[in-house]
Design a protein around this ligand. Structure first.
Ligand code: 6PG
Length: 482
């Protein structure tokens, strides 16, 4: 076999297939392989005319078809199947070759695999790929981790196949060492969960309180999509809301079961945030909202509990309410993204990755599921903040001012949701986060007092340094314990 291919792809399910086609359409020779050879044959029959493919029947053939350093993209299921494929290929490779995992792997697994393969002289690049099937084919957002040396050999190819931001730059960058790419992809998905929850709550409020039919909500979303909320998720939300079920003639959203499913990346984000001690309540609420939606026994048992039912708004009042919901949605979205970026910064610090938060925003401007106009604002905010960075995105002057403008409407929407008994954990929880981070005094002082009372857990004072304990069961005098 002639070593003529610049990249190999093993695993020709839909994502692997479309990435292989994307590389070929961009002028690369791509060696393809699948565990069942029939799929490889079918692939070449169907797409062979799109570019230069080398069909290979086994791992040895695939490896022999690759130019050095060999670049081999593994597109199989996360977990055991990935480990099995890596174990199969690693002994066939030479020092300096690059194995790439483009699946949704957990970043800790990626760290383990990177360390093991590094021991054997191989590069391992765990990379996030976002944008679904279409993105993989036409240009995804790509988040590679691994060594700088591996990126030097692989990055230019990724830059060719990635989506292009509106300013023409490719939506990929070297995110950072070992698991940084998969970590950042995990947070992307956590933000995706939060954003989808907020959008769904906004639609619900427009319907329940504003009296808008699904088609009318779709219209409102279309209008929003020409402003600062412009994003892929708002765009497709309008399409889903406007869709009519062919079998019944009813709105699609009225015939689909209201039980959200999940494959687990949102849960990973929250679990990791708990480990890192970084608050991401909007992402957590979004994960819990999905779990709650699927908990049929719980919902059936609670279905009769009392709650208000009020008249719907009409005419100008409904229009005014829609404007308020736009403000609330935008503000809560900024808060959710701020939490995501805090998590990226916390992960980067904990693992020593030096992730550039502005660069992450830059590569999410196109290609990925959360692509949105305002990501360019996030990029600019971090670029402006310079090396000391922003402790939170909410401290950026531009966003702070917008939140100030949105605040009253946001509070009105939260109050209306509460009064009308429409659950909106994302929109109202984001407001609680906003109020928590901006206030000068939190209720945590009493909490510290309670901990000291029942467990002598000690506390700090506002007026002098040191660690203190009050003798609660004695004369209540204070002792210094440090
Ligand atoms: C992407 C998506 C992709 C996938 C999610 C769906 O970036 O292209 O995030 O990774 O659609 O994993 O996740 P759930 O099934 O958990 O909603």
């Amino acid at each position: 076999m002639n070593a003529s291919a610049q990249i190999g792809v093993t695993g020709l399910a839909v994502m692997g297939r479309n990435l292989a086609r994307n590389f070929a359409r961009n002028g690369y020779t791509v060696a393809v392989h699948n565990r069942t050879t029939a799929r490889t044959t079918e692939f070449v029959e169907e797409y062979g005319s799109e570019g230069a493919f080398v069909a290979t029947k086994n791992p040895q053939e695939l490896v022999a078809a690759l130019e050095r350093p060999r670049r081999l993209l593994v597109m199989v299921r996360a977990g055991g199947p990935t480990d099995a494929v890596l174990a199969e290929f690693a002994p066939l490779l030479d020092e300096g070759d690059i194995l790439i995992d483009g699946g949704n792997a957990h970043f800790e697994e990626t760290r383990r695999r990177e360390a093991e393969l590094r021991e054997r002289g191989l590069h391992f690049v765990g990379t996030g790929v976002s944008g679904g099937e279409e993105g993989a084919l036409h240009g995804p957002s790509i988040m590679p981790g691994g060594s700088a040396e591996a990126y030097a050999a692989l990055g230019p190819m990724l830059e060719r196949i990635a989506a292009r931001a509106p300013d023409g730059s490719p939506c990929t960058t070297h995110v950072g060492p070992d698991g940084a790419g998969h970590f950042v992809k995990m947070v992307h998905n956590g933000i995706e969960y939060a954003d989808m929850q907020l959008i769904s709550e906004a639609a619900r409020l427009l319907r329940e309180v504003g009296g808008f039919a699904p088609r009318q909500v779709a219209e409102v979303f279309r209008t929003w999509n020409s402003g600062r909320l412009e994003s892929y998720l708002i765009e497709i939300a309008a399409q889903v809301l406007a869709h009519t079920d062919a079998a019944t003639g009813r709105p699609f959203v009225d015939v689909v079961a209201d039980r959200a499913e999940q494959k687990g990346t949102g849960r990973w984000t929250v679990q990791t945030a708990l480990e890192l001690g970084v608050p991401v309540p909007q992402i957590a609420d979004a994960v819990f909202a999905r779990s709650l939606s699927g908990d049929t026994p719980l919902r059936e048992a609670a279905a009769g509990l009392p709650g208000p039912a009020g008249p719907e708004l009409e005419g100008r009042d409904a229009e005014r309410f829609a404007d308020q919901v736009e403000q609330a949605l935008y503000a809560a979205k900024v808060v959710s993204y701020a939490q995501g970026w805090s998590m990226i910064q916390a992960g980067s610090a904990a693992y020593g990755w030096s992730v550039d938060p502005g660069a992450v925003a830059a590569i999410w401007r196109a290609g990925c599921i959360i692509r949105a106009r305002f990501l360019d604002r996030i990029r600019a905010a971090y670029a402006e903040a310079g090396p000391d960075g922003l402790p939170t995105l909410l401290a950026d002057r531009g966003f702070a001012s917008e939140l100030g403008t949105a605040e009253l409407d946001w509070r009105a929407v939260a109050a209306t949701a509460g009064r009308r008994g429409v659950a909106a954990p994302g929109l109202t929880g984001a407001l609680a986060y906003y109020d928590s981070v901006r206030t000068s005094r939190l209720p945590a002082a009493l909490l510290q007092g309670l901990r000291d009372y029942f467990g002598s857990h000690t506390y700090h004072r506002t007026d002098r340094p040191g660690t203190f304990h009050t003798l609660w069961s004695g004369d209540r005098s204070e002792v210094r314990t440090d």
